[in-house]
Design a protein around this ligand. Sequence first.
Ligand code: UP5
Ligand code: MG
Length: 190
Amino acid sequence: LGDKKVTVVFVLGGPGSGKGTQCANIVEHFGFTHLSAGDLLRAEIKSGSENGTMIENMIKEGKIVPSEVTIKLLKQAMIKDENDRFLIDGFPRNEENRAAFELVTKISPAFVLFFNCSEEEMEKRLLGRNEGRVDDNIETIRKRFKVFVESSLPVIEYYRAKDKVKEIDAAKPIPEVFEDVKAIFAPYAK
Ligand code: UP5
Ligand code: MG
C-alpha cells in the first residue's frame, strides 16, 4: 500500500458464523474499518463491472473468486480509507488467496479471529437470514460448507501453526460472542 502502514485482522469462520454481525460491533467499539470481501464482490456485481457476471456465477456456486479480483478490491478499499486499522472479513478463503495477498500487499495480519460454529447452527442462521442473497439456499449453502472445510480451514490451520489464531465459540448468542470478542480486542482500545 505504498507508505501507508496498516493493522489488519482477518475475520474468518464458516458461512453464517457471524463474521459480519460481530465486525459491525468491533467497528463501533474499536474504530476499525470493516471490509467484507463478499460485500465488495457483491458491490462489484451491482456496479455492472466486466467481471460482474463471472463473480455472480461463482457466488451462486459457492466457489472462490480468483484472487486478483478480490485483492484488487481490498487494496483499493484500504488505500481509499483514511483509517489504518482494518477488519478483513471472509478473506483469505484458500491458500492461494493467502499467499497472493501477502505477496501483493506485503501485509501480514496482526491476528486471525476465527468464529467456530457447527454447520447445523450456521445452516439455521443462513436459511433464516432472508436478505435475498443468491447463495442462501440449501443447495448453495451445502457447497459453501464443503468449500469452507476443504479450502478455508487449511488457511486457519496455517495461521494456527504461527500462533496467530484467536478462536471464539460463535454458537453462543450475539451479545455473549461479543463479550469474548471484546476481550480479544482490548489491547486495541483507542
Ligand atoms: N447471527 C449472527 N450471529 C448470530 C448468533 N451468535 N446467534 C444467532 N444468530 C446469529 O450472520 C448470519 C445470520 O446469522 C444473520 O441473520 C445474523 O443476524 C445471524 P452474519 O453475521 O451475516 O454471518 P457471516 O459469517 O458474515 O455469514 P456470510 O453468509 O456473510 O458468510 P460467508 O463467508 O458465506 O459469505 P461472504 O459474503 O463472506 O462470501 C460469499 C461468497 O462470496 C463466497 O461463498 C464466495 O463465493 C465469494 N467470496 C469469494 O469468492 N472470495 C472472497 O474473498 C470472499 C467471498
Ligand atoms: Mg458476511
